[in-house]
Design a protein around this ligand. Structure first.
Ligand SMILES: *Cc1c(COP(=O)(O)O)cnc(C)c1O
Length: 410
């Protein structure tokens, strides 16, 4: 008899009680807008920025409306204008090329490796000859490339690096927190990320001029003096008349929810990694299934799990997905011609120039992805691994069952 998993791959944990209480305090006093403060009051948003700056060890932090907004805001702050080319990962999620396109700029995609990180040889080539003005580096699914080599390539080419840390909040490369290698780092606090405020984003930098611009861009009017994890007034004086206000602030309600979660983040990261290791162990040495290698220097936060089915033909992959789904295991596949849910890829982003990415196409053709919400227990992770393992072997042995026939008919 085959086992079945009954949990939900999209169910997050509830907001901790301290967050609910903090949110209620904000609702009761009614000052939700970040600049709506009583005398001497430090807004929840300003306090969150200070706490997140401390957590990442950075000088300045800005809380904004979403991770996607943070990406656009940082690109504006570094001076990307319509028509500019911006390098980015060919394997990432839609908000990344979308943020580039929103500025009227043009994404130039860099190939992915079998480690699911940006291909540094392809990056070196494109940094030298694409004419791009910046790299928007997505640490997609939490996989961190060799950041020492990446920074050496980009520094040599004079390319500013913006880090998209939507999947690496709490992670580090050789001890430096993700988001602190480039000129600016962006995080998302949307429900499926490492902190959950429904929507929200954070942006960090040590550069006073860039952060002053980002703060004005985010919609600070001339109230930037109320920020705490912010550069001194002189930094704003230089740019306050020439920087447009493109509102995308965070509010005190979201900040209150996030502050309560931030203090638990290290514990949560450890819980994600415990689930990940159980899955990794459970799937080790499964025939024809390739795990993703994780370098020694990478301190990851594994809020999702990926593996490769190298050179599997499409019908076999579809059969595996169907058989896993029939046992409650929701696998996402990045190889389908049509995007499903979040699995779009470079050839689905048709606002961008058509690009030839054979290596990415080959890798994505066998790439399977799954979320690991913290509502899963380690026993759940072990069960999921057993189900995947047994179904991979059933598909390889050519076993057929009723669901295969039903699902291949539509
Ligand atoms: C979620 C996500 C974003 C954007 O975050 P939002 O808060 O949803 O705008 C950016 N990059 C990646 C890789 C993401 O997964």
């Amino acid at each position: 008899m085959s086992e079945k998993f009954t949990g939900s791959f999209t169910q997050q944990e509830p907001i901790p009680d301290a967050g609910i209480e903090a949110a209620l305090r904000v609702l009761r006093h009614g000052r939700l807008h970040r600049y709506n403060t009583a005398a001497d009051e430090i807004s929840e948003t300003a306090a969150l920025e200070e706490e997140f700056a401390k957590y990442t060890g950075v000088k300045y932090c800005l809380a904004v409306a979403s991770g996607g907004y943070a990406l656009g805001c940082t690109m504006r702050a570094i001076g990307i204008v319509p028509g500019d080319k911006v390098l980015t990962n060919a394997f990432t999620l839609a908000p990344v090329p979308g943020a580039i396109a929103a500025l009227g700029a043009r994404p130039v995609f860099v190939e992915v490796t079998e480690d699911l990180t940006i291909d540094l040889d392809d990056l070196a080539r494109k940094a030298a000859d694409s004419g791009a003005r910046a790299l928007l580096l997505s640490h997609m699914r939490g996989h961190i490339c060799d950041m020492d080599r990446l920074m050496a390539i980009c520094n040599a080419a004079g390319l500013p690096v913006i880090e998209d840390c939507a999947h690496t909040m709490g992670a580090a490369w050789r001890g430096t927190p993700s988001g602190r290698h480039g000129v600016m780092g962006c995080y998302s606090t949307q429900t499926y990320k490492h902190l959950n405020s429904g929507e929200g984003g954070l942006l960090v930098s040590d550069d006073p001029d860039l952060m002053a611009r980002a703060i004005i861009l985010s919609g600070s009017y001339m109230l930037y003096g109320r920020h705490r994890a912010a550069p001194p007034p002189e930094a704003f004086e230089k740019i306050k008349y020439t920087t447009p206000n493109i509102s995308g602030r965070m509010d005190n309600l979201r900040a209150a929810i996030l502050r309560a979660q931030l203090s638990d983040l290290p514990t949560q990261c450890a819980r994600w990694n415990a689930l990940y290791r159980v899955l990794e162990h459970g799937l080790a040495e499964t025939p024809d299934l390739q795990l993703i290698s994780r370098p020694e220097a990478e301190a990851y936060v594994a809020s999702s799990f990926q593996f490769l089915l190298p050179d599997w033909p499409e019908p076999k992959i579809r059969t595996l997905l169907a058989r896993a789904a029939a046992r409650g295991v929701e696998l996402k596949w990045f190889g389908g011609a049509e995007p499903v849910g979040f699995t779009s890829r470079h050839d689905s982003w048709r606002y961008a120039d058509v690009q030839n990415l054979p290596q990415t196409d080959r890798i994505l053709a066998g790439l399977i992805d799954m979320r690991l919400p913290l509502t899963f227990s380690v026993e759940d992770a072990a069960l999921i691994a057993r189900i995947i393992r047994s179904q991979v072997s059933a598909v390889l042995q050519g076993e057929v069952e009723e669901t295969d026939i039903v699902l291949s008919a539509d």
